[in-house]
Design a protein around this ligand. Sequence first.
Ligand SMILES: NCc1[nH]cc(CCC(=O)O)c1CC(=O)O
Length: 323
Amino acid sequence: MNIRPRRLRKSPIVREMVAETRLSKDMFVYPYFVVPGNNVTHAIDAMPGISHFSADTLVRDVEHSLKLGLNKVLLFGVGEEKSEDASTSYNSESVVSKAVRELKSAFGNDLFVITDVCTCAYTTHGHCGIMHDDYVNNDETVEVLAKMALSHAQAGADMVAPSDMMDGRIAGIRSLLDANNLLNTGIMSYSVKFASAYYGPFREAADSAPNKGDRKAYQMDFRNPGESLREAFLDEEEGADILMVKPALAYLDIIKSLKENTNLPVACYNVSGEYSMVKAAARAGWVDEQKVTMENMYAFTRAGANIIITYHAKEILEKGWMV
Ligand SMILES: NCc1[nH]cc(CCC(=O)O)c1CC(=O)O
């Protein structure tokens, strides 16, 4: 026997030398939930370790994140007045726009601010668009999304991230941004977003559960890898800068095939249900939290993700789990 793969597993040094996948904190994007008011830090039950922040406490928490080397955030607005037309979503005084202004005035270009663009937290029915006869009207929704993206961009967001899955929304957003001379505001598209039960805990965090029906008439069917490439290519043609796959853990095949088929950076969203399952199992003593978390992070990287959006990011860096 002259071939012995175990030679290269003999010691930590040799294992480090031949490791095929590297993970860096620069790959992480950390999500934050922003609520109205002052001095609010309210823990989200379904997502241990994650809280709602008002703009002032957000600035303090982000300052701490920045010290850890976490310099990219994804903002979700929660707790705004809801309506049929989601008009609070594009108000220049919206909770997200205010938070963007405060973060940018505190940290400038030391912080990269991405905003989630979707109406589900702003509509009375909790759907990701404008509804008529129990159906989300695509083109009317795209107009609202473009206005919402514009308001975030005008507040100073570096990048907007539409998470609604309407057809043509990347083109709609890009053209409104360009018409307003916001040529350098990027778009990270939730290109391949499946209708998934893994969003369960998030709906508590964002108070965005649909009060009737589900999201299957706009989010993708998880049986369809071919359609996932079709969706991603459309976004690429429409001007997306980054393509995202969501959820991540149950969709590693999709991440891998997208990476092999595009030259754009690929992001994955390690969603709330994936996060809370790890937390719950770790709390019960069934898995080693550090080891399972890092195994998941490497799985995303190995599949081809260049960017990982994860609720674990802060704890990974706080506790030095990278090493
Ligand atoms: N459309 C809004 C949105 N943006 C991100 C998530 C999920 C994030 C997570 O679960 O962590 C959702 C929920 C949904 O589509 O139902």
